[in-house]
Design a protein around this ligand. Structure first.
Ligand code: ADP
Ligand code: MG
Length: 240
């Protein structure tokens, strides 16, 4: 689904990604963990070209992203993204937030788009909030709308960048539950998260990023119970 080869990203003289080589297979759930500033967000943002890589290659379903920058909008449709800050449109009702992109980009029939938007809101447990505005929702509800909105484009893979980090603790569970259900339904997912319980329970593979490289990767049971890299051990010692 996704493959990166020697992916580098510099901001001026700052080398943030120093050669990321990995692949994500269809249906896999990957969790990325690692210290703040290690390049996790930059990596996700490179995958859908919110940041332009300095060098290296990214393939999405076998297509080189770097060679098809003209078709970037088409590629981006395959890749849904959910951010820590929900980035909902405050002046639009929940249902319109979910329907906006498919209406504009896919140019589908309005009734079909809205029927699907309602289905997606039901899927994230919010069918009773369709007519509400974002300001009337809790953080957990906003993030579930953001997930429904990303799903509305029918992506083949979903990227999550610390989706629960801005939430009050009592709302983390409802968002993780939606993500768990998505994973169960077979969605391919790349999740940057400090929720080690989620990583352990849901992911097929954990990547530990440190200072711009993947310092260690493996099955969650191995990474959490028997980390091999010294820096993984130090990091887990702090967060577990
Ligand atoms: P993480 O998500 O792991 O905390 P980031 O990918 O956000 O790490 O950031 C990695 C490094 O890149 C940090 O030193 C950060 O300050 C720097 N960085 C990120 N985005 C930019 C940018 N747009 N311009 C300059 N530096 C950036
Ligand atoms: Mg980040």
């Amino acid at each position: 689904m996704i493959e990166t080869v020697e992916l580098h990203k510099n901001f001026g003289k700052l080398e943030v990604l120093k050669g990321i080589n990995t692949r994500v297979d269809k249906g896999e759930v990957i969790c990325i963990i690692g210290p703040s500033g290690s390049g996790k967000s930059t990596f996700l943002r490179c995958i859908n070209l919110l940041e332009e890589p300095t060098s290296g290659e990214i393939y999405i379903e076998g297509v080189s992203v770097m060679e098809h920058k003209k078709d970037i909008n088409k590629l981006r449709q395959k890749v849904g993204m959910v951010f820590q800050q929900f980035n909902l449109f405050p002046h639009l009702k929940v249902i319109d937030n979910v329907a906006l992109a498919p209406m504009k980009v896919k140019k589908l029939d309005k009734e079909a788009v809205y029927a699907r938007a309602r289905q997606l809101l039901a899927r994230v447990g919010l069918n009773d909030k369709a007519e509400a505005y974002p300001a009337q929702l809790s953080g957990g509800q906003k993030q579930r709308v953001a997930i429904a909105r990303a799903l509305a484009m029918d992506p083949d893979v979903m990227l999550f960048d610390e989706p629960t980090s801005a939430l009050d603790p009592e709302m983390v569970g409802e968002v993780l539950d939606v993500m768990k259900q998505l994973a169960k339904d077979g969605m391919t997912m790349v999740v940057v998260s400090h929720e080690m319980g989620f990583a352990r329970e849901v992911s097929d593979r954990v990547l530990f990023m440190d200072a711009g490289i993947i310092a260690e990767e493996g099955a969650p049971a191995q990474i959490f119970s028997n980390p091999k890299n010294e820096r993984t051990k130090v990091f887990l010692g702090k967060v577990l």
